[in-house]
Design a protein around this ligand. Structure first.
Ligand SMILES: [Zn+2]
Length: 365
């Protein structure tokens, strides 16, 4: 490996993570571009979305690797991007290119939130038209999911969850909560009422004429927080019979690739996912898009952290200490400090790197 453990430190801090990405991109000889995120009143740090391109221009085979669409999840995605920048620099097949887009939600990264500066979940915002689909099952959950008073500490979250899980069934409850909603702007999993700036920037990056030649496109969108602790899954919006699903299983392993259409209650269908943009920009390419999820804590722990962070953000917090502990907890929930978890992420990345290269090698042959 050309990257040692120090170079692959998980950066919880936005500025550190950004600097590390730019440094690795530059060392890999990538072409780098930067987009400032305009109008950041709530943050003292200037915020940018950066991208780095490696390989053939123009490419016939394109891999897109995005990180941090959910801001607080950026540290692990950033580490994988740096790892692959170093690894791919000398190993790309001819006609192939890789586009790394870093920190699509820099506000969330800088402030420890899942959503962006407008409380929009960018991974529910990539719709072709607004308003988004109605999620009728979310409405009765709003009062419990999104309390409106100042956050004073733990409330009866687990009791409330248990009652609702009993009423709905766990899979239906998860779908109702996390599938996305377009009605409650201060609520969890809010998908917005227009395309957010981050996604307009992403569209612009993908639409550059130099990439239009791509005939085969693989988009991997990196996330943390869903699935078994330290394990990863490649989740695709394809049925198990789709030839592209079978092909992904052949390249990345049958145990790692899972379909959104399966009965596995861990995962759920959602509207406005980021790869929908990729599909619109490359309508004629053979596209395989996947959300790569690295599991951290249980979905109950994750929801509990999201809920209190959201409440404290919109309605205030009883004390500064409590607010700081909520932020620490958010970062821990989506990037465990446990060295074993972090090593697993790096090992998974080392396993995925050659598989991605092999996938590009086989494309169009
Ligand atoms: Zn995510």
């Amino acid at each position: 490996m050309s990257s040692n453990a120090n170079e692959l430190a998980f950066a919880l801090d936005y500025s550190e993570g950004r600097a590390a990405f730019l440094e690795h991109a530059s060392a890999a000889g990538a072409t780098i571009s930067t987009y400032p995120l305009p109008g950041q009143g709530a943050s003292d740090t200037e915020l940018f979305i950066d991208y780095a391109y490696l390989g053939a221009t123009p490419p016939k085979i394109l891999t897109i690797v995005t990180s941090g669409v959910h801001g607080v999840e950026t540290p692990a995605g950033g580490v994988l991007q740096r790892l692959w920048l170093a690894e791919f620099a000398d190993h790309l097949p001819p006609d192939a290119g890789v586009l790394f887009v870093h920190a699509l939600n820099p506000f969330g990264y800088a402030n420890g939130h899942r959503t962006n500066e407008n409380n929009v979940d960018l991974n529910r915002n990539a719709l072709a038209a607004f308003p988004g689909p109605r999620n009728a099952a979310y409405r009765p959950l709003d009062g419990w999911l999104n309390p409106t008073g100042m956050w004073k500490g733990n409330d009866a979250f687990y009791f409330g969850l248990l009652a609702r899980a009993f009423w709905y069934g766990p899979a239906k409850l998860q779908q109702a909560i996390a599938g996305g909603q377009y009605e409650f702007p201060r609520g969890l999993f809010y998908g917005g009422n227009q395309t957010e700036v981050s996604l307009t920037i992403f569209e612009r990056v993908l639409s550059q004429p130099a990439l239009a030649t791509a005939k085969s496109v693989l988009h991997l969108d990196l996330h943390t927080g869903l699935g078994d602790y330290g394990e990863y899954k490649i989740l695709v919006d394809l049925t198990q019979r789709d030839p592209r699903f079978v092909e992904l299983q052949n390249h990345f392993g049958a145990n790692q690739v899972a379909s959104d259409h399966s009965d596995d209650a861990t995962f759920y269908a959602a509207s406005g996912l980021l790869p929908e943009i990729t599909a619109r920009i490359f309508p004629h390419a053979r596209l395989s898009a996947a959300v790569v999820e690295f599991g951290t804590y249980s979905s109950l722990t994750v929801l509990r952290a999201l809920r209190r962070d959201n409440c404290a953000r919109h309605h205030g917090c009883q004390s500064k200490e409590l607010k700081e502990s909520i932020q620490r907890d958010m970062r821990e929930t989506f990037c465990p400090s446990d060295p074993v978890w972090r090593r697993r992420v790096i090992e998974s990345g080392q396993q995925l790197g050659p598989q991605i290269i092999h996938h590009m090698r086989c494309a169009l042959t």
